[in-house]
Design a protein around this ligand. Structure first.
Ligand code: PMP
Length: 553
């Protein structure tokens, strides 16, 4: 098969009829106009849930025998939000027979030639505005050589256009103002940081830094071993106790990162006869851990309790463990999971609940104790996962739960068992960060004052903010990715460090800037950022020409 799939996929926009049916229902004739050797876009107002299996069958011109195979729903486009874009789903072919693969390839080659494109050797120069990162992902049925070369071409093109605002080099602490080495101008400069998860500014708090210095003097820097063997220090035991106390559980276990916490936790507690029900926006590490566990993975619509209830009803006969897993605060939308309803549904279905408090700890609940505290649900959630890398300002993750579950994980969570424990210096500074959270409540208060102030003005300026966002994450919707890329370059130029979130992390028509507010932002930091957003937002026409209201409050 010739290796020019990406070009083919992007350029073959030809309408033809296909008949898509699922195992239990037939959804009639649908259309596609974007097809390649590894999948196609199916136009429909009622896309199936992500990861569902569909049976696709379609005829190519001049051939009466349909091509048939199973396919996986790899991405979903909801039409309701953007009238100019068709709703639908991207399906990835899973079981094309060799015969059908050849027929499809022949058909694609004809179309490819008709489109007048050149061969793959000339495709390394990529126009980044025409593609998304997803086009180079491992899901794409191209060789590694092809994908990696094209990705490099894509990134280089973004760099040349100034829209590659990833991996900027910080040469200061990650505070509210940072110094970076700016590769676009080849020198150092100051920027206002609006993209760090260091919500309380603890990563460089003087008490925390002092605790780290003292710990280095006593313990050196590395832990030297996995926890079970020679890597447990007195500090680790103190931190486990502290985290359990913070989350109101019997015990806690510390992992090397938040990501490895979810992966280790889920793959240890679930087996193939169990069920895990995930919110569709659950963090990647929750999805990865669930997949690794081989349990039956089902998703429900984001924070939609009817959808969750339906999933639980449909799977009520499962005899193994049932687990509902959600983020406390969603990392791309900043909204809070409806935990009281989730706990209620879990009780009705004899299921356990797991909540990931990564963006909740330090931000919501009494003094930042997290989601269970926010809802007065302490003791009602079976497993609380957290990270030490966000408001706590360090690195690492943890599970707070019953003493049995925590003990079980010490022996069977592979990302814990087989990984060197956190350096004592990190643990000592985490302990001090938590002590600061408890003894300096003005930081938490200031964080919320900043959030409300910043969000209020953004909304009055006319920016579209994700509905229900109630945390330090403020997602500003831009829409199409090309605009996001161009705006990223402008915001960078204007000295605002903010993270663009492209597809596939969020839907294609909902790409956004994910702004993170910190307690240590001054009014001046926030006002300057708002002024720049207003200016750039107008340049790109995403807000109207209302009179500025910044500084009039
Ligand atoms: N869970 C959620 C909800 C997150 O947003 C993140 C970080 N992106 C993680 C887990 C992983 O945490 P860490 O960065 O500490 O590995």
């Amino acid at each position: 098969m010739p290796d020019n799939g990406t070009e083919r996929r992007k350029n073959l926009r030809i309408p033809f009829q296909i008949d898509v049916s699922t195992s239990n229902s037939r959804s009639g004739y649908l259309q596609t106009y974007d097809i390649s050797s590894y999948g196609m876009f199916v136009k429909t107002d009622a896309p199936l849930p992500l990861d569902s299996k569909v049976f696709v069958s379609f005829k190519v011109p001049d051939n009466p025998i349909p091509i048939k195979c199973y396919a996986r729903v790899a991405w979903v486009n909801n039409a309701s939000t953007d009238k100019n874009k068709p709703g639908g789903m991207g399906v990835q072919f899973l079981s094309l027979s060799e015969f059908d693969e050849k027929r499809l390839d022949k058909f694609l080659d004809t179309l490819y030639k008709e489109s007048g494109r050149q061969g793959s050797d000339e495709l390394i120069e990529i126009d980044s505005e025409e593609f998304t990162l997803f086009d180079f992902s491992p899901i794409i049925k191209e060789s590694l050589d092809e994908r990696s070369k094209k990705l490099l071409g894509y990134i280089n093109d973004m760099k040349s256009k100034g829209s590659h605002t990833y991996r900027r080099q910080l040469i200061s602490s990650s505070g509210s103002r940072v110094t970076i080495f700016d590769e676009t101008i080849g020198k150092e400069r100051e920027m206002i940081m609006m993209g760090s998860n260091n919500y309380l500014g603890l990563s460089a708090h003087p008490r925390v830094v002092k605790a780290a210095e003292d710990a280095i003097a006593q313990y050196g820097v590395g832990a030297g071993s996995v926890s079970l063997l020679a890597g447990t220090f007195d500090l680790h035991k103190r931190l486990e106790k502290k985290l359990a106390e913070l989350k109101g559980t019997e015990d806690a276990i510390i992992f090397p990162s938040g990501y490895s916490t979810n992966v280790g936790c889920l793959s240890a507690i679930l087996r193939d006869r169990d069920l895990v029900a995930l919110d569709r926006l659950a963090h990647a590490s929750i999805i990865d851990g669930s997949m690794l566990s081989n349990s039956k993975l089902r998703t429900f619509k984001h924070s939609d309790m009817k959808s969750l209830n339906d999933v639980m009803e449909r799977n009520k006969d499962i005899e193994g463990t049932k687990l509902i897993a959600v983020d406390g605060v969603y990392s791309m939308d900043g909204d809070i999971a409806p935990l009281p309803e989730i706990v209620k549904i879990a009780k009705e279905h004899n299921a356990m609940v797991m909540v990931d408090d990564a963006h909740a700890t330090g931000v919501i609940g009494k003094m930042g104790k997290g989601t269970t505290s926010h809802y007065d649900l302490e003791g009602e959630v079976d497993i609380i996962v957290g990270t030490l890398s966000k408001a706590i300002g360090q690195l690492g993750g943890f599970v707070a739960s019953s003493k049995e579950i925590v003990n079980y994980m010490r022996y069977f969570a592979r990302s814990y068992f087989f990984s060197t424990s956190l350096p004592p210096v990190v643990v000592a500074s985490v302990l001090e960060s938590i002590a600061v959270m408890e003894t300096e409540p003005h930081l938490h208060k200031q964080l919320w004052e900043n959030i409300e102030y910043f969000k209020g003005i953004l909304v009055s300026l006319g920016f579209e903010i994700v509905e229900n966002t109630q945390s330090a994450i403020i997602p500003v919707i831009v829409g199409e990715e090309t605009m996001l890329k161009k705006m990223s370059a402008r915001l960078h130029e204007e000295g605002i460090y903010v993270n663009p979130v492209p597809y596939p992390a969020v839907p294609r028509d909902k790409t956004r800037f994910r702004i993170s507010v910190m307690a240590t932002h001054t009014r001046e930091d926030l006002d300057t950022t708002l002024e720049v957003f207003e200016k750039v937002g107008r340049e790109f026409g995403i807000i109207g020409s209302k009179k500025s209201i910044i500084n009039q409050q």
